[in-house]
Design a protein around this ligand. Structure first.
Ligand SMILES: NC(=O)c1ccc[n+]([C@@H]2O[C@H](COP(=O)([O-])OP(=O)(O)OC[C@H]3O[C@@H](n4cnc5c(N)ncnc54)[C@H](OP(=O)(O)O)[C@@H]3O)[C@@H](O)[C@H]2O)c1
Length: 238
């Protein structure tokens, strides 16, 4: 056991953005799927207003931005795109959705200009067959499985396009599905020193019945900023 706080050695220097870019680099080769979440001390993933911004802070936003920049693609579920009202991005965005419920009124589309990348919607064959022209004009619809979205297919589709550094931004059901499918390589977790309370739906990993066996992780990095902890941990493969 070692003490991080209070620091027993001379305080480590402040990390620059360049240091953080190095600290959050993906492995140099191979497909790598990592998730980035912010939680309170009790594991809540959203504040009372239903979004993660209200439990986040400036240090978390800084790490979120820098870690995101090191990725080839942001993988997110449609629920989070809708709830968090994602903005259009110059970085590829891959959206997991069983329903293709991606209305044009979402800021992701309403604020999109030519400089933004068209998002990819990864869905079922059945939903893809119902996609009309107007939806196809705002997202690239890619079928990944019949009856349900096959996440191993999702990862393969992205990797085939050279998008091998995959940063998953949630939400909890998608994270649970990736874990259950054995597809997650790493967790980045910001732990904000607050308690929020709430029911199971407010928590980080949504897997009905729990993960059995539990998944073990090996922390490779712990950073700290004014009491907020930044954990980087790799999933241990059996
Ligand atoms: N603290 C954080 O870092 C963080 C990060 C992300 C989200 N959140 C919060 O978490 C809360 C819940 O988020 P959420 O509803 O987006 O989470 P979610 O439960 O992961 O996703 C729900 C929706 O995403 C799609 N989806 C997820 N997993 C899927 C799968 N395996 N196959 C097919 N579709 C899948 C479905 O969309 P369709 O209905 O379109 O089929 C589903 O309705 C929100 O309050 C959000 O703000 C927090």
């Amino acid at each position: 056991m070692r003490r991080l706080l209070p620091a027993t050695v001379e305080a480590a220097p402040e990390l620059t953005d360049e240091d953080l870019t190095t600290a959050y680099a993906f492995p140099p080769s191979g497909t790598w799927v990592r998730a980035n979440f912010v939680t309170t001390l009790d594991g809540a993933i959203r504040g009372g207003d239903g979004v993660s911004g209200s439990i986040s802070n400036d240090a978390d936003q800084r790490v979120f931005r820098i870690a995101r920049r090191t990725a080839d693609v942001v993988l997110v579920c449609a629920g989070t795109v809708r709830t968090e009202d994602y903005r259009p991005s110059k970085r590829p965005l891959a959206i997991v959705t069983a329903t293709l419920d991606l209305p044009s009124t979402l800021r992701l589309f309403a604020e999109s200009t030519e400089e933004h990348v068209t998002p990819i919607a990864l869905t079922t064959q059945e939903a893809a067959a119902t996609a009309d022209e107007s939806l196809r004009a705002r997202v690239e619809v890619v079928p990944c499985g019949s009856g349900h979205v096959d996440l191993s297919r999702v990862v393969a589709v992205l990797a085939d396009r050279g998008l091998r550094r995959i940063q998953c931004e949630g939400g909890p059901h998608l994270l649970g599905s990736l874990l259950r499918a054995g597809l997650l390589d790493e967790m980045l977790q910001t732990i904000v020193p607050r308690l929020r309370g709430g029911g199971p739906a407010d928590h980080l990993v949504d897997v009905p019945g729990g993960l059995d066996p539990m998944i073990r992780l090996t922390p490779s990095q712990v950073l700290e900023d004014d009491g907020t902890l930044f954990l980087r941990a790799q999933v241990v493969r059996a």
